[in-house]
Design a protein around this ligand. Structure first.
Ligand code: ATP
Length: 475
């Protein structure tokens, strides 16, 4: 076979030093995996570099560190037989070449030392098994036993071994195949794709965190729908996120249909991917309609309805995050809030927009009002060009109104102009329901535009309302 070299990939000083260290230890070493793949694809360089040593990866890491001027700390992961050090902001991972054998109930294999070939066999895809030699004698030589180069050229994701074995051994690879296909715009080889379908149930042994790592990468891609369609087609999505697959399909009763909310959702996700890099806002787009499956009803009078789906969907977000072991912090609250508010601007845009409706929207969405507008604009998937234009124009007006109303009324970070303490002191009362009533009345009057969001106006209004409640001022 023709020998190909890529010395130009190995400019970084770390490769020369690794080569030197390996010679001293009398082992062979190779750069392997994502670094080589992304170099050959001329893709933006990722930060970490994987090095495989035919011998001890830990010893090689320690030797490399000793040759580096600042002798960086070597982090050793004994259980995995790997070691890592950081050089000029890049993480370099060292692993000894290994052979793996799997049992059916775990994705953690039994590991033995092996040859480079054994190590390439255990890799997930041919394009991730490409290695460049760091050996002084054949520095930069490509080692490509599975013709990964051809697969890179033809944009194909293929497993080095029988795909049924590769996927069953470590089912996370099914998610990785779909993730790489989405990120790189590659096609999963037909045999491999059907193998994912056959092995889909195995995904159940993978932790939520790992699955979510891959979902985040799919969602962060330029066209996330590619990945979700593949997840759907292979049956994986039904297992990991039934909330989404339950949206699929069009029902017809008495000649009336509704749209396919699953494919609509994917369009919304692709739309929003063009307007934001915020993965959490992309999550909101993905989940914005999940409440539609449990709330779907048909009535003879009005046809299909999804009453209250925003509220139900917002609650489902928390359950879904819990199930997938996602963070339950402000990120989850943000996604849930976006889902709950996801129909509000649409209603606004259909009607004549009143200032008080805009104030209420800004009050409810607070800091996130722009994100909410971005989500709602992405939600416009009508194929009717007139409607498309009209809705977008209406949203422009809503955005403009938001700015005007906010400049005047400052309700985005609403702070009650009169505090509970002041109410208690003014009327000499203890904590009681009257305080809540007065505070709520003042807030409502501001949102309705009856009074401006100012202290004096709020104070006058409070005095008026207090009188009706029978409260008297104490001097
Ligand atoms: P990215 O950083 O974009 O995820 P990568 O290919 O570098 O790309 P890593 O997860 O860093 O991905 O893995 C590094 C290499 O380790 C891969 O290129 C592949 O060779 C191998 N690898 C990673 N995970 C697996 C797996 N589950 N099964 C087999 N090989 C794997």
């Amino acid at each position: 076979m023709k020998k190909t070299t890529h010395k130009e990939a190995l400019d970084n000083k770390i490769f020369k030093i690794t080569s030197q260290a390996a010679t001293q230890l009398n082992v062979k070493s190779y750069v392997i995996g994502g670094f080589v793949r992304d170099f050959l694809l001329q893709r933006d360089f990722k930060k970490d570099i994987d090095i495989v040593a035919v011998g001890s990866g830990i010893a090689l890491a320690q030797e490399v560190s000793s040759l580096l001027p600042n002798k960086p700390k070597v982090q050793v992961f004994k259980t995995y037989g790997t070691a890592m050090l950081c050089f000029e902001g890049i993480d370099i991972e060292f692993v000894g070449a290994r052979k793996e054998s799997y049992s059916t109930d775990s994705r953690n294999p039994v590991v033995e030392t092996g040859t480079l070939e054994d190590d390439q066999n255990r890799r997930d895809f041919t394009i991730n098994a490409l290695a460049l030699s760091l050996d002084e004698a054949d520095y930069g030589t490509l080692v490509d036993p599975f013709n990964g180069i051809e697969d890179l050229k033809n944009k194909i994701i293929r497993t080095p071994l029988d795909p049924d074995i590769t996927y069953s051994d470590d089912p996370l690879r099914m998610m990785r195949a779909i993730r790489f296909a989405t990120q790189l715009g590659f096609t999963i080889e037909a045999e491999s794709l059907t193998a994912i379908g056959r092995n889909k149930e195995r995904i159940k042994i993978i932790t939520g965190e790992r699955i979510v790592d891959e979902l985040n990468k799919i969602l962060s891609a330029a066209v996330p729908s590619v990945g979700f369609k593949l997840l759907h087609q292979t049956g994986l999505l039904h297992i990991i996120m039934p909330e989404l697959t339950n949206l699929q399909g069009v029902e017809e009763v008495e000649g009336q249909t509704h749209k396919d909310n699953f494919f609509h959702t994917l369009e919304v996700v692709d739309n929003i991917a063009q307007n934001t890099d915020d993965v959490w806002l992309r999550w909101a787009a993905l989940l914005h309609d999940i409440g539609k499956a449990p709330t779907k009803k048909f009535s003879k009078k009005v046809g299909w309805t999804f009453h209250g789906h925003e509220f139900v969907g917002g609650k489902m977000v928390k359950k879904l995050f819990e199930r997938l072991h996602m963070p339950l912090n402000h990120k989850m609250k943000f996604v849930s809030k976006m889902v709950m508010l996801s129909s509000r601007p649409i209603v606004l845009a259909q009607d004549i927009i009143t200032d008080s409706a805009v104030r209420r929207l800004v009050f409810d969405a607070g800091e996130d009002v722009e994100s909410l507008m971005t989500l709602c604009e992405a939600d416009i998937t009508t194929k009717n060009p007139n409607k498309f234009k009209k809705y977008h124009n209406n949203f422009k007006i809503v955005r403009q109104k938001i700015v005007e109303v906010e400049e005047r009324d400052h309700v985005r970070n609403f702070q009650p102009p009169i505090s509970g303490e002041e109410i208690m002191a003014t009327f000499n009362i203890k904590p009681s329901k009257e305080i809540g009533i007065l505070k709520e009345a003042i807030k409502e009057a501001i949102l309705e535009g009856e009074i401006p969001n100012e202290y004096q106006a709020a104070h006058d209004y409070m005095m008026e309302r207090a009188k009706k409640l029978g409260l008297v001022v104490v001097d």
